[in-house]
Structure formats: C-alpha cells, structure tokens
Design a protein around this ligand. Sequence first.
Ligand SMILES: [Zn+2]
Length: 310
Amino acid sequence: MNFPWLEAVESEFRVRFEQGRLPHALLLSGPRGTGKTLLAESFTAGILCLEGGYPACGHCRSCQLLDTGAHPDRQLITFEEHPRTGELRKEIVVDQVRRLIASLNLTNTISHRKAALIHPAEAMNKNSANALLKTLEEPPGDTILVLVSHDVARLPATIRSRCQNLYIRPPGPSTVLDWLGSEHGFDPAESKAAMQAAAGSPLVARDLINNGTTDQYRLLLDTLDDLGSGRMSSGAAMAALGDIEPDSLWSWISLFTADRIKAGGQPHETALQLSILQSAADKNRKLMATPVRKDFLLQDWLIQWARLRA
Ligand SMILES: [Zn+2]
C-alpha cells in the first residue's frame, strides 16, 4: 500500500499495536475513495498475523488464509445478498450482527486473537447497531473490531462513542496529482481531469483513468461549453452524451455547476439559476434508480443550461 495520506493514521496504529495499547473497537472514518477499507484490511491482517508485527508478514498460516478469504478468526460484515431475491441488500441487517457475535464467542483456532471488519458501518440499521453495542464495549476474548465509515454522521452516537476514531483527512489536490503521476505514471492533464471528475478522491480518480472514463468527463465539459456558447444544438448535445453512464453523468453535471458557482463572477440571478440547475442534477441522479424517462430529464436540463448561457 502506498498511500501517502494514510501514513499518519497507519503509524498511529503501528505504535499502539507495538505497545499493546489497541482498543477493542476502531473506527476508520473519512471521505469515500481514500483507501480506508484497504487500510482496515491491513490492520486486521496485522492483528491476526502469527509473526506478531505490523504490517503483517504475508507468509504465515494466518496471512495465507486471509489471502484465500477463509480465515476462521476473521469476520467480514458488509452488504449481503437477500436470500430470496438474490439482490444485494442496501443495509447491514441484525441477523448478520447476531451471526458475528456468535462466531466471536467461539474459540479462535489459528490466530492469537479474533478480528472483525464492518463496512460501511453506517449501513447498519437501528436494530443491527443496537445488537452490536454490548459487543463493541466488551468483545468476547481477545477480539478487535474495525469499523469503516464513509459518513460518520450517520452512525449512531452510541456506536461512535464506543470506538476509537481514526479520521482519514482527504488528501489535497497536489498530493493526489503527485500520487497519480509517481505511483501510476499518469499524464498530468489527464490526472487533473480525473481528479475533478472524482471530486478529489484519489482512488476514484485512479479508477476513472484506468477504465477510460476521464475522456467521457472531458466530453461532457466540452459539450456543455459548446451548447452554452451556441456552437451546438441541444439535440446534438443529447446524442454526444448518450453513452455516459447516467449516475456518473448526473454527479459530474452537479460537480460542474458547483464549480461554476464557486468560481463566482456571475450576476446574482445567474448564480441562483446555477444552484437551481445543480439541485435538478442531484435530483435527477436519484431518479435514475426509478423507471423514469431518462432522456427527457437530460433534454430538459440541457435546454435550461443553453437558456442560461444564451
Ligand atoms: Zn503473517
């Protein structure tokens, strides 16, 4: 793992680990796409490693079992498929927490301790969170629970107060650009576009470049520019944007309008119109999960945009 923005939190963990001062429950919080889950996995590997150091050795029996995903002393609680519909659930249900607690009560078989990883912790519903409280306070045996949260405000205060919170500060733009260049060899102009499209998240920016989506983001910016200055019709703009995945499209449009508002310099009325357009983009993004005519929404938005700039 080479994420410079995680180094401070990781070294804090290492020191506590080496001094035997790890709390029962750790909460890794911070914005999405910063590597929290990978860090949590690295922590649990260290907690379980038979060599007893951090980071984990990578070759003992515990480390090998973790690689295969079948370590009996490590529990992972995340979204599960619904047993009847086969669809991935959108919350962590109480049954999962009950199974976790039951397994933590069994004797450990490989490692000297047990570890549990819960992510995203804010996906626990009220019943799940309540069921976990006692275990968080006093886990059975030598157990360490690691919770990961992208949105710590959505976690009940009763959960937060029982964990040691390690907050991951989002890296600044220059850190992200340096990392995309030095670690991945990406071109600076492309890195910059990807970082904008990813709203500053380093791992999302990396994935956008890797799967070739940055070009789509640039296409969106060019299209909105051409439409706004009258060089393109809204019909042509519709056609140009047709291949962009709707969820990305609306979050980029929202980011784009937010950037315009932030840049300032426009008359009050235009700023107001821009915020209306941004709210519309956010609303449309949520509507994408519903059976709505997606092309109508886009057409309407593009016409409003063209009007604003006319
Ligand atoms: Zn090991």
